[in-house]
Design a protein around this ligand. Structure first.
Ligand code: DX5
Ligand code: ZN
Length: 223
């Protein structure tokens, strides 16, 4: 398993995003998770391709863009051009999911699919073998700092089983309420990419928090 930590800048200080990225990179961040919200698919509104492009100039690690937007296919090109390395769309938002995945791959970008807490794992069946990442939402999307939904742990196990059955090489990411109490549990269930917002950026020292979470995820004693 290739355990990776993906700090979510949603919880960072947006006035100094470049500094926030540099801090977590120095703590060993493997990816930067960018949450895009449109005020329709989720109640909140965040950032678009312009901010991804700006972060691409300063980030040394790949940018993983989580699209919480309706009709995500309309924006694949813009986010690919902006420098996203992974584009994740919600199965609930993409009516022609297969086509959207092909569109993302056609732009040379890794494709991820995300599931809301109420969405069954079976919705992945037809695309499991095609995608590079499955993102399990362990909170309802839209806001940082929410409590981890305990059932997400068994959902990760179910996704793992499906991916094995379909011989898919996709990595499982988990997003929402990941902190020092939940991180090891979800790794043991099969998650490899751990997204964390508040647990990192609301800590006094985001670099140290990144390092600590990564060590905990790997089952090591934090230094
Ligand atoms: C929520 C976003 C998450 C969010 C997680 O809709 O998709 O990426 O930043 O935040 P925490 O880790 O604070 O729950
Ligand atoms: Zn996210």
């Amino acid at each position: 398993m290739n355990i990776r930590i993906a700090p979510s800048i949603l919880a960072a200080d947006f006035a100094v995003l470049g500094e926030a990225v540099a801090a977590v990179e120095s703590g060993g961040a493997d990816l930067i998770h960018i949450d895009v919200m449109d005020g329709h698919f989720v109640p909140n509104i965040t950032v678009g391709p312009l901010v991804v492009r700006a972060l691409k100039r300063v980030a040394r690690v790949p940018l993983s863009v989580h699209l919480m937007i309706e009709k995500p296919e309309r924006y694949v090109e813009a986010f690919a051009d902006a420098g996203a390395s992974i584009l994740t769309v919600h199965v609930e938002a993409a009516v022609h999911l297969h086509r959207t995945i092909e569109l993302i791959h056609g732009r040379g970008v890794k494709a991820g699919v995300a599931l809301n807490p109420a969405t069954p794992v079976s919705t992945l069946e037809e695309v499991a073998a095609l995608v590079d990442q499955v993102l399990v939402m362990s909170v309802n999307p839209g806001f940082g700092g929410q409590a981890f939904i305990p059932r997400s742990e068994s959902k990760v196990r179910a996704v793992r089983a499906l991916l094995d059955r379909e011989r898919s090489a996709a990595a499982i990411a988990i997003d929402g309420g990941i902190d020092r109490d939940t991180i090891r549990r979800v790794v043991e269930a099969g998650a490899e990419i751990l997204v964390a917002g508040v647990a990192i950026f609301h800590a006094q020292d985001p670099a140290a928090a990144t390092r600590e979470l990564k060590a905990l995820a790997r089952g090591e004693q934090p230094t």
